[in-house]
Design a protein. Structure first.
Length: 347
């Protein structure tokens, strides 16, 4: 009981903001390239097809209050204008304290040809965000009548805090990426204006700017047999990639590899920075399995094995699922222009 109460209070303090040295932090997906618009606005329209995708993450299901996150997006590439346009929905919820954040955003990117082999994409995103807190549904120990077994009214723990609160604001992000058919390197910055996210009136709790740097290299292996339907050789490749994130006062690095043996994708990577720091930074080892079909359907599942002091036994790790579908909508002559596509991780 006490662990549940104190855990809830900690979550409330973090989400409310106010005169504390605590900061709100962004959700991070293990399959970061399977959430392209969330990762970097420059990836809007990067498939040069029409793309619809969804992501779901259940983090630390072994705890009394888990964290659920989801993302859905659609983007389209306009060949006549070398531009990509997209729409994204993001949300996350903390199950015990009924704290949630929802976002809807519009993104745009432009592809610039630098040479016969190199291209550069520049993107921007504007979002409307809403945070909700339903503290009236919480039950604290001081509200419980042990003798009668009944639950009383509002407790002093929430004195001065609005019970059901909603806070909305506008948010902005930018990004860029340079690439050829084997290499990519990009960066993005989210929460450019560092908006105030506090529920408490006359208090300020900024959402710190998040800066990320992502890149990698793809090595083509000997091709497999011919595909039964398309008669093209099945792709076999191995990719190495990283994704570094810094959001005050935290920083973190995802680094790993994916093996693509069409249609199967296998991946493993590590999240954390193995350095001595006042903040814990060794978080997880991640394993992935996925399929990438000729129909344009990609499905991936990954599991985070917790290696931090929280421990795998206590946290239960994290489950993540991604689904996306790419299809041609527009001029059939634009099909199979693969040399201009970013050779990113599949997931």
């Amino acid at each position: 009981m006490l662990r549940n109460i104190y855990g809830t209070l900690i979550v409330i303090i973090i989400w409310l903001g106010g005169p504390y040295s605590l900061f709100a932090q962004d959700v991070q997906y293990s399959q970061f390239y399977a959430a392209p618009l969330y990762l970097n606005p420059a990836l809007t329209g990067a498939s040069e097809l029409t793309r619809i995708g969804m992501n779901y993450r259940n983090q630390w299901p072994g705890l009394d209050h888990s964290f659920n996150s989801y993302s859905a997006y659609i983007d389209h590439y306009i060949f006549d204008y070398n531009s990509g346009v997209g729409l994204i929905f993001n949300g996350n919820q903390e199950s015990m304290a009924n704290l949630s954040t929802n976002e809807i955003g519009l993104s745009y990117s432009y592809r610039l040809k630098l040479s016969d082999k190199f291209f550069f994409r520049l993107g921007a995103q504007a979002s409307y965000m809403q945070r909700d807190a339903l503290f009236s549904e919480l039950v604290f120990g001081s509200m419980i009548d042990i003798v009668n077994g009944t639950v009383g009214g509002i407790t002093d723990e929430l004195n001065g805090i609005p019970l059901d609160s909603r806070h909305s604001f506008v948010d902005y992000a930018v990004g860029g990426m340079i690439y050829n058919d084997k290499f990519w390197l990009g960066g993005s910055a989210h929460h450019l204006t560092e908006p105030n996210v506090s529920f408490v009136e006359d208090q300020t709790s900024v959402l710190p700017m998040k800066v990320s740097l992502q890149g990698g290299y793809k090595v083509n292996l000997s091709p497999g047999g011919r595909d039964y339907f398309t008669h093209s050789y099945q792709e076999r490749s191995v990719s190495f990639a990283f994704n570094y994130k810094q959001q005050d006062p935290f920083n973190q690095l995802d680094v790993g590899t994916q093996l693509y043996l069409h249609p199967l994708v296998l991946g493993v990577w590590y999240r954390g920075l193995p350095t001595k720091n006042s903040l814990p930074n060794n978080e997880a080892v991640i394993a992935l399995v996925g399929v990438s079909l000729e129909s344009g359907l990609d499905i991936g599942y990954s599991y985070d094995f917790t290696v931090s002091k929280l421990s795998q036994r206590n946290s239960g790790g994290a489950h993540e699922i991604s689904i996306r579908y790419n299809f041609l909508w527009g001029d059939p002559k634009s099909r199979n222009q693969r040399s201009r596509l970013i050779p990113c991780f599949k997931y």
